[in-house]
Design a binder for this molecule. Structure first.
Ligand code: IMP
Ligand code: MG
Length: 174
């Protein structure tokens, strides 16, 4: 079966929106240092671009959580594959995700990281599929709300491919 990728959000649209999110975060965290926590691997392209657009001091850490399941659906069982290097105590944490789908990964992560006594904890996601939500997750910064379609690019993969696309696309099987 042949695969192709239809563009959903262009590189220009994504870059413009990330710049706006960076400006909003810079305004909201005046006088503070923001600690960005990247959820690997999908969040990494977004976090790097976002960090470049934040004008208050920024520190960064990385973690990896895998949700078991097929390549296109998350199962709800979250496993921490790589934990953070540094403690979160008294830091202003923003969890940076590629996409919130069912919300299961994030609701697990917020609880786990919230227990580490950060000064504050917020969520920033490039993409949100609100129709698919099964848990109640409050997202503080959203790049784009998108329909219930499987997307790739800008860090998001289909079987580990397409992460490097500089735009967001929908995989189509022809
Ligand atoms: P959730 O736990 O269902 O909210 O989603 C967890 C993870 O599933 C996301 O962080 C992505 O890694 C992956 N995921 C969900 N939807 C998509 C998609 O449309 N394309 C690629 N990965 C996705
Ligand atoms: Mg992810």
């Amino acid at each position: 079966m042949a695969e192709s990728v239809r563009v959903l959000l262009t590189e220009e649209e994504v870059d413009k929106r990330i710049k706006e999110l960076g400006e909003a975060i810079s305004r909201d965290y005046q006088g503070e240092t923001v600690h960005l926590v990247c959820v690997l691997k999908g969040g990494v392209f977004f976090m790097c671009e976002l960090a470049k657009r934040i004008t208050v001091p920024v520190t960064m850490d990385f973690m990896s959580a895998s949700s078991y399941g097929s390549s296109t659906k998350s199962s709800g069982v979250v496993k921490i594959v790589k934990d953070l290097d540094e403690p979160l105590k008294d830091r202003h944490v923003i969890i940076v995700e590629d996409i919130v789908d069912s919300g299961r990964t994030l609701s697990y992560l917020i609880k786990m990281l919230g227990d580490r006594e950060p000064a504050s904890i917020k969520l920033c996601t490039l993409l949100d599929k609100p129709e698919r939500r099964v848990t109640d997750v409050k997202v503080d910064y959203t790049g784009f709300e998108i329909p219930d379609e499987f997307v790739v690019g800008y860090g998001l993969d289909y079987d580990q491919r397409y992460r490097n696309l500089p735009y967001i696309g929908v995989v189509e099987f022809n």
